[in-house]
Design a protein around this ligand. Structure first.
Ligand SMILES: Cc1cc2nc3c(=O)[nH]c(=O)nc-3n(C[C@H](O)[C@H](O)[C@H](O)COP(=O)(O)OP(=O)(O)OC[C@H]3O[C@@H](n4cnc5c(N)ncnc54)[C@H](O)[C@@H]3O)c2cc1C
Length: 510
């Protein structure tokens, strides 16, 4: 059993083991270089090699240990944004396309599981969206989803056909034949099934820069890779891209708790409550009966006390279930696009570098779909959904509100952090376990004092676009409010669009 609150392992990553892959040790030339070994990158590798391409996967850390291995493992044709929202923003034709494309991706995953006998606990289960809130607005939200799902030809029902694990349900939408997997085992299994003659995988190989061109040149900490095309399967593309200005980065906490008594029926349960929604997944393995609970999303770098968000998820768990113990706690990031659809394809100023981002918390399905759309594009095929998800699309009405909100957030962060800079004046004001920003000899500093009273000092200026990072007290990281880059207490990039680590201050005091 793991240490309390170390956030490093999810229930999936703690219970399965990768065979591991080497580091890149020489320069390479391939057809396609894929950056990132999550579900998007590994699915793209599977699709491209199946069509005869020679590919390399360059993974900064370990395969499947990005957001994929820290997700819930739910596969559904609906979306967190709500189908009703897609309908009102984009119209019924696009609603159908979203559902069709997502069903295609779920079926693709099932085919891979069957074809390669991937032991990832794939099963078909029902998806539920329900509310127990007394609010008319929440009732309408669930009713609208039933209506949109029904119109999109999903077999939706709006009554309770069996004993439901939640009392006082006022409205419900159920869609059968959705699916669940162990996402980490799926990605490891899919990676394992790839022909090593056609696909080389390198771990602990961090991409430092990508030059678009013919060929593209990918610079890593281990060598250079030249490729006809590059796929940025890094969740949020690394470097500077227009889509960053159209996305909000959210983090969410997850718990896997052992439950006394019998578990609810297997399925996906989205409980719409007064604030947001909790996602609940019953899951059993040789260690016992678990409930996985996800909730309390917050904008990265904007919440002073992230511990509080975690505590709210714990409170929800204890209020609704008979809990034996919380075994795993983790958090993961998602990127919400301005118009509710992901960005898949090439960016406006690039021709051979593909991006796949803006999946919100629906990216096991969207990531698989992105792999398919990009594979087709590389072969010169415009598939049924290329236009819908094209990053160059122009959807001003659907985008405007979110676009202004995202950029207002960036501008507010910049103004607030630059004009009212510094949470403390002196290092000695920082208590054990605290991280604070301050000015030291005119340098903008982020300092954390660990349990041994040792200070960890780095520059507080994010290396992506220069915003000021904020301390995440639950996970002990420095997080950027502008586009979601995150750094360790010693400044190393954890995730997000930044390539470079936080700088070390010139005269670091001991
Ligand atoms: C709490 C939570 C629960 C979720 N649950 C679900 C769910 O049930 N169903 C669903 O469909 N979606 C879910 N999602 C969303 C889903 O997890 C993600 O959208 C999806 O995993 C994204 O996959 P990816 O391959 O694009 O990115 P990732 O899995 O993050 O992979 C990106 C990889 O790129 C690597 N990388 C980054 N930078 C570099 C670099 N410089 N060089 C080399 N490699 C690099 C990273 O190390 C990482 O391994 C959830 C999200 C959250 C936050």
């Amino acid at each position: 059993m793991r240490k309390d609150r170390d956030f490093t392992e999810s229930i999936w990553t703690a219970s399965a083991h990768s065979k591991g892959y080497p580091r890149l040790s020489n320069n390479l030339e391939v057809d396609v270089a894929i950056i990132g070994g999550g579900i998007t990158g590994i699915s793209a590798a599977a699709m491209l090699t199946a069509k005869g391409k020679n590919v390399v996967v360059l993974e900064a850390h370990s395969i499947g240990k990005g957001s994929t291995g820290y997700s819930t493992g739910n596969l559904y044709a609906t979306v967190g944004e709500r189908l009703s929202s897609i309908d009102s923003k984009h119209g019924e034709e696009k609603l159908f396309q979203v559902v069709d494309s997502r069903m295609f991706a779920i079926n693709f995953i099932q085919e891979q599981v069957n074809k390669h006998s991937i032991d990832c606990e794939f099963q078909r289960i029902p998806w539920h969206l329900f509310t127990t809130s007394a609010s008319k607005e929440k009732d309408e939200e669930v009713e609208k989803e039933f209506d949109a799902a029904h119109r999109a030809n999903l077999e939706a029902i709006n009554s309770l056909p069996y004993i439901f694990p939640f009392p006082n349900v006022s409205k419900i939408t159920i869609i059968d034949h959705q699916a669940q997997i162990n996402p980490y085992k799926y990605v490891l299994g899919l990676a394992d099934s790839l022909d090593p003659e056609k696909c080389q995988i390198f771990e602990h190989t961090k991409v430092l820069n990508v030059e678009d061109g013919t060929p593209c040149v990918v610079h890593t900490n281990q060598g250079i890779v030249k490729a006809d095309q590059v796929i940025m399967a890094t969740h949020s593309p690394k470097g500077i891209y227009e889509v960053h200005t159209e996305m909000e980065a959210y983090r969410e906490f997850a718990l896997a708790a052992k439950i006394k008594g019998t578990l609810p029926l297997e399925g996906i349960y989205w409980h719409v409550n007064d604030s947001y929604q909790y996602s609940i997944r019953p899951y059993s393995n040789e260690d016992g009966n678990f409930l996985i609970i996800i909730g309390e999303p917050y904008l990265v770098g904007t919440v002073n006390n992230t511990e509080e968000c975690l505590l709210k998820v714990e409170q929800y768990l204890y209020e609704h279930f008979d809990v034996e113990s919380i075994v795993y706690r983790w958090a993961a990031q998602n990127y919400k696009s301005a118009d509710g659809l992901p960005y898949i394809g090439t960016s406006p100023l690039q021709s051979n570098v593909f991006i796949a981002t803006g999946f919100k918390a629906d990216g096991l399905v969207y990531g698989t779909l992105a792999a398919s759309i990009i594979t087709d594009s590389i072969f010169g095929i415009e598939n049924d959904w290329t236009k819908l998800y094209n990053p160059k699309r122009f959807t001003p009405l659907a985008t405007a509100g979110q676009f202004f909100k995202e950029n207002a957030n960036v501008i507010t962060s910049l103004i607030k952090d630059y004009f009212f800079y510094g949470e403390v004046d002196k290092l000695k004001e920082i208590k054990v376990g605290e991280g604070k920003t301050l000015k030291l000899d005119d340098e903008k500093i982020a300092a954390y004092r660990d349990e041994n009273n040792k200070l960890h000092i780095v520059s507080s200026v994010c290396t992506h676009l220069g915003c000021i990072v904020h301390f995440n007290n639950a996970e002990k990281s420095w997080d950027c409010p502008c586009h979601g880059s995150r750094f360790t207490i010693d400044g190393e990039v954890i995730e997000g669009p930044a390539y470079k680590n936080l700088a070390k201050p010139k005269d670091t005091p001991s």
